[in-house]
Write a protein that binds this ligand. Structure first.
Ligand SMILES: [Cu+2]
Length: 147
């Protein structure tokens, strides 16, 4: 009799722990770099596109090092990742990333993905944004900082 009561209490405590763990994960996370601490190798990060924003406002790269940005579009609309001017090598899914007006342009359909790789030649800050009408104005933009 006593043993059954104890098992019930432990079970209830375990359940509440599970619930609080889920609640914690649902909280929005602050924008931060995914770059490994002290890592000298090429860095890889993710950027998620939503209607109508990116999940991060800041990305960080290093001069002369390849930065891979794995884009995922979770939105219902098409979005893109565009940098007007950046000196260096850039590809989207392995192809030249240049468009007629931008140094880097990666359009991603709803529920699609794209892999952007940028190797900047110089340090600086570069704005990235979505060129779809109204999206940048709505806040779909951020800053790539190259150190
Ligand atoms: Cu957009």
């Amino acid at each position: 009799m006593h043993k059954i009561t104890t098992a019930f209490v432990v079970g209830a405590a375990g359940l509440s722990l599970l619930l609080s763990a889920c609640g914690g994960e649902a909280k929005p996370t602050a924008a931060k770099s995914d770059a490994p601490a002290g890592g000298a190798a090429a860095s890889v990060t993710t950027l998620t596109m939503q209607d109508i924003k990116y999940d991060k406002a800041a990305l960080t790269g290093t001069k002369g090092q390849a930065l891979t940005i794995n884009l995922t579009n979770q939105g219902a609309l098409e979005h893109d990742f565009t940098i007007d001017k950046i000196d260096g090598k850039a590809t989207v899914d392995g192809k030249d990333a240049k468009s007629a007006t931008a140094a880097v342009h990666a359009a991603v359909k709803s529920k699609g993905t794209a892999k952007v790789e940028i190797t900047p030649n110089a340090a600086g800050t570069f704005e990235f944004y979505c060129t779809v009408a109204g999206h940048k104005e709505a806040g779909m933009k951020g800053t790539l900082t190259v150190n």
